[in-house]
Design a protein around this ligand. Structure first.
Ligand code: FCB
Length: 462
């Protein structure tokens, strides 16, 4: 009821009114309200304008990898429908849009020849955002490595780090006059573990040593890219985006408690400690030792301007001798609610993680760069989607985030995952996270109730 009453007054507000929308609520007037997407999950047009193949193209076309045999070949066809999507962002009064550039669109072979048509696409997108006074937040890597580099070892090969820094510099040279917020990586930990450790994501590699190498080389690539971006321009705000989850023991046993500590070091520590503390967590440092070359630790530890936190749920970890690190996801406490992904819903974990982030990594500006929920949304006969469960999830997490402001955490913004229903990796199109429904047969976009909620009541703390 409330949503229906407030929505007409909020949707389509002028940019000036947008920035004032937070006034009087938990969140300050300059709090950034954004929506997030990623290149492979929405763009489609995989063979257009000279784009090279990415590891996800290859993975999706390998039988049995993705649910229902889905691929990102078309996805949300954003490559052709970006104007409509920018208009949606404006209609939702979003002040910022987090997207990623597809490396193989810009450097089809990963290095060497630049494909200018790929850069032109992002150039047009950025211009359209700026014209609507929506700040572009660019992430350089959301898992779609050029397949050409994978053939040379991908993240197992140190040379990929240098190629990544070159790619970062090329993108910044073209877009850095208008894009001021840059992230190097999206969730290096997820990419290392799922793509290189257990193989359920591209490139489908398995094993502990592959996982460790992919982790270390992404950390190194981050550092080299930050240095390259700073050398290119001095007015960029640089950070990285990481998925952090409290690692709780699945039971009271000593074995599970130790397993949770180990998993915490791998999942929450290995991706950030080198960046902010100059080394790997003690619990796993020895495992990385053989990968670290002279100068790596210094190269990884570059000053950054902000951290992007992606939060969905806590983890419950049990001892699992057959698993990569002797620890894996275990039983969840009875009575815990779940999203349709099977992820436990627990907003308190977000408060915990934000506070811990400051304790562990210093008093940096923090943005929640992804938060959202998957539910089996049903469209009503008139096409509308009243996704009350998603609104309840978002509301509880915004309340949990707001609490940390009172505790002095420098939380500066919130990006919902995701603007659109999209290609959800190994789950294909079977899982919907959007605040806008996408009909994948017609590409029709329909804002859900959560879209109106985020445009208005959410910002007033309702
Ligand atoms: C995150 C990913 C994002 C999306 C959400 C649901 O781990 O960064 O691409 O898949 O999960």
């Amino acid at each position: 009821m409330l949503i229906a009453t407030l929505a007409p007054f909020v949707l389509g507000k002028s940019p000036a009114a947008r920035s004032a929308a937070g006034h009087g609520s938990t969140f300050p007037a300059d709090f950034v309200w954004g929506a997030a997407t990623s290149s492979y999950q929405i763009e489609g047009a995989v063979d257009v304008d000279g784009r090279g193949k990415s590891i996800w193209d290859v993975f999706c076309h390998s039988p049995g990898r993705i649910k229902n045999g889905d691929t990102g070949d078309v996805a949300c066809d954003h490559y052709h429908r970006w104007r409509e999507d920018v208009a949606l962002l404006a209609r939702g009064s979003f002040g910022a849009y987090r997207f990623s550039t597809a490396w193989p669109r810009i450097l089809p072979a990963g290095s060497g020849a630049i494909e200018h048509r790929g850069l032109d696409f992002y150039d047009r997108l950025v211009d359209a955002l700026v014209a609507q006074r929506i700040a572009p937040w660019l992430c350089l890597y959301h898992w779609d490595l050029p397949q050409a580099l994978q053939q040379q070892g991908g993240w197992l090969n140190r040379d990929t780090c240098r190629h990544f820094a070159d790619y970062a510099q090329i993108v910044a040279r073209r877009l850095g006059d208008r894009v001021k917020h840059w992230a190097t990586f999206n969730e290096a930990n997820v990419h290392a573990l799922f793509g290189h450790g257990i193989g359920t994501h591209a490139p489908g590699l398995t094993g502990r040593s592959n996982m460790l190498a992919a982790m270390h080389h992404q950390n190194l690539a981050h550092g080299l890219a930050v240095a390259a971006l700073r050398a290119e321009r001095s007015d960029l705000r640089l950070g990285t985006i990481i998925n952090l989850q409290p690692a709780r023991p699945s039971s009271q046993s000593d074995e599970d408690r130790r397993a949770a500590e180990r998993f915490d070091a791998v999942w929450n520590g290995a991706c950030l400690d080198p960046l902010t503390k100059g080394g790997y967590p003690a619990a796993i440092a020895a495992e990385f030792a053989s990968l670290i070359a002279d100068g790596d630790l210094a190269a990884m530890r570059q000053p950054i301007d902000y951290l992007g936190l992606n939060y969905y749920s806590p983890m419950y970890i049990a001892q699992a001798p057959q698993s990569l690190f002797g620890a894996w996801f275990g039983a969840v406490p009875a009575g815990t609610p779940f999203t349709a992904m099977g992820w436990p819903i627990d907003a308190a974990g977000l408060t915990e993680e934000l506070i811990r982030l400051r304790e562990r990594h210093g008093d940096l500006d923090i943005y929640i760069t992804e938060n959202g929920a998957c539910f089996d949304d049903l469209a009503a006969a008139d096409g509308s989607v009243r996704d009350e469960e998603r609104i309840a999830y978002l509301r509880s997490h915004l309340v949990a985030a707001g609490r940390t402001l009172h505790a002095g955490v420098r939380l500066r913004g919130y990006f919902v995952w995701s603007l659109l229903d999209n290609f959800e990796w190994a789950e294909g199109y079977s899982r919907r996270f959007g605040v806008v429904r996408v009909d994948f047969d017609t590409q029709r976009r329909t804002p859900k109730s959560s879209f109106a909620y985020l445009a208005g009541p959410a910002r007033s703390g309702l």
